[in-house]
Design a protein around this ligand. Structure first.
Ligand code: SF4
Ligand code: SF4
Length: 86
């Protein structure tokens, strides 16, 4: 019997555009896996922006759909593990 494909070389990834984020925390509170945090750095608008922190992300998209700022969040499903963070 063939074995199931290994998932060890893939991961989900969320990119937060720090220029567009207004630090409202909606995504942080929405994420069921607690993958997002508000960082200590400020963007050029003076907002402390969200950061993707954990790789327990399931790529459910809830953060994307809950964010009020268009384009601030991009969810990547099963990106290769060697992909450089953007
Ligand atoms: S895609 Fe889902 S699990 Fe991943 S960070 Fe967003 S809300 Fe959390
Ligand atoms: S919901 Fe959007 S604007 Fe609010 S903290 Fe998250 S990324 Fe930033």
């Amino acid at each position: 019997m063939a074995s199931a494909p290994s998932n060890t070389n893939v991961r989900n990834f969320v990119r937060i555009d720090s220029c567009l984020c207004k630090g409202c925390k909606v995504c942080v509170e929405t994420c069921p896996k607690h993958c997002l945090v508000i960082g200590s750095k400020m963007n050029q608008l003076g907002y402390q922006y969200a950061r993707f922190e954990k790789e327990t992300c399931t790529a459910c998209g809830l953060c994307f759909y809950s964010c009020p700022e268009p384009g601030a969040i991009t969810v990547y499903r099963n990106e290769p593990a060697d992909r450089e963070d953007v």
